[in-house]
Design a binder for this molecule. Structure first.
Ligand code: NAP
Length: 293
């Protein structure tokens, strides 16, 4: 069997189209969804993530309040920017790009964000709401993974999903979301990590594998059964002298071999990646809709 490749750009574009319609309806009621963005310092990767987020917002009609702060910014000044955005009615979502430069306390900053504007879904209040099955902003990458699956017709209800990785931003939240007793989730979930003795023992029993380890070739062909569905969240740089920039991006899955056994598989790049920013905009629009009345 050769897998069908899941096109993350296509799904992301469909959701962005839906969001455009919702934004037009909100604008008719005088509401322009707004995202407050804070970038501290000049880390090139963070700068390019933030620019991509701002560009995507402008393209679909979300207003963005861009705050570029120098790496020398004090904790007090950074907190003041976040507090100002908490109190600004034009801003429905706040994004502080991580990691922050050394010397700044990330968790204190994240705790300062109003949970009702926490569109990254990292505030403990939102994490708690999500685990309890209450209405919450869902973290963007895990939510993107679920949307990719659901919108490609993959049934999660009753499926055995094996998640590889247990980070707070991908593994743990995606496992929790899959567990929820909702019509489109309700899966049986196994979570593997570096303490797991034999990951293949579990992945060979999986209907769906979600790889989020951040290590190339974590999932090889001998670790999967025929017909499995594979979502590769990993983004790893591999040295490649044939490329102008000297590297190429690969996921956590041995794509070339695993795709010969899988029924559906996401590529890297072009799979989960385009979904993350899309779900950030989704959360911003959801937040703006809460201000409709
Ligand atoms: P992370 O914080 O480094 O966590 C990695 C997790 O995987 C940890 O729980 C770790 O176990 C586990 N792990 C590492 N090596 C393993 C192995 N060989 N076998 C089994 N488990 C292993 O990474 P993250 O932030 O979750 O990100 C994971 C990957 O997704 C990275 O490549 C990242 O770049 C990518 N990512 C992509 C997007 C996107 O938009 N496409 C967004 C976020 C992240 P321990 O807990 O035991 O250490």
């Amino acid at each position: 069997m050769t897998a069908t490749i899941i096109d993350g750009h296509r799904v992301a574009e469909t959701i962005r189209g839906e969001l455009r319609t919702e934004i037009e309806a909100l604008k008719k009621k005088g509401i322009v969804p707004g995202l407050g963005v804070v970038l501290v310092g000049d880390d090139p990767a963070s700068r390019s993530y933030v620019s991509a987020k701002e560009k995507a917002c402008h393209e679909i009609g979300i207003f963005s309040d861009d705050n570029r702060l120098p790496a020398t910014t004090s904790q007090a000044d950074l907190m003041a920017v976040v507090r100002r955005m908490n109190g600004d009615p034009r801003i429905h979502g706040i994004l502080v790009q991580l990691p922050l430069p050394k010397g700044l306390d990330e968790s204190e900053v994240l705790l300062t964000i109003d949970p009702d504007k926490d569109v990254d879904g990292f505030h403990p209040v939102n994490v708690g709401r999500m685990v309890l099955g209450q209405k919450a902003f869902l973290p963007c990458t895990p939510h993107g993974v679920i949307q990719l699956l659901v919108r490609n017709g993959v049934k999660l209800k009753g499926a055995h999903v094996v998640v590889v990785g247990r980070s707070n931003i991908v593994g743990k939240p995606v496992a929790n979301m899959l567990l929820q007793k909702l019509e489109h989730t309700n899966a049986t979930v196994t979570v593997c990590h570096t303490g797991t003795k034999d990951i293949g023992y579990f992945t060979r029993q999986a209907d769906i594998i979600i790889a989020a380890a951040g290590k190339p070739n974590t999932i090889t062909a001998d670790m999967v059964r025929d017909g499995v569905v594979v979502v590769d969240v990993g983004v790893n740089r591999i040295e490649d002298k044939t490329k102008k920039n000297g590297f190429r991006l690969v996921g956590d899955v041995d794509f070339a071999r695993v795709k010969e056994k899988a029924s559906l598989i996401t590529p890297v790049p072009g799979g989960v990646g385009p979904m993350t920013i899309t779900m950030l905009m989704y959360n911003t629009v959801e937040s703006a809709k809460r201000h409709e009345h």
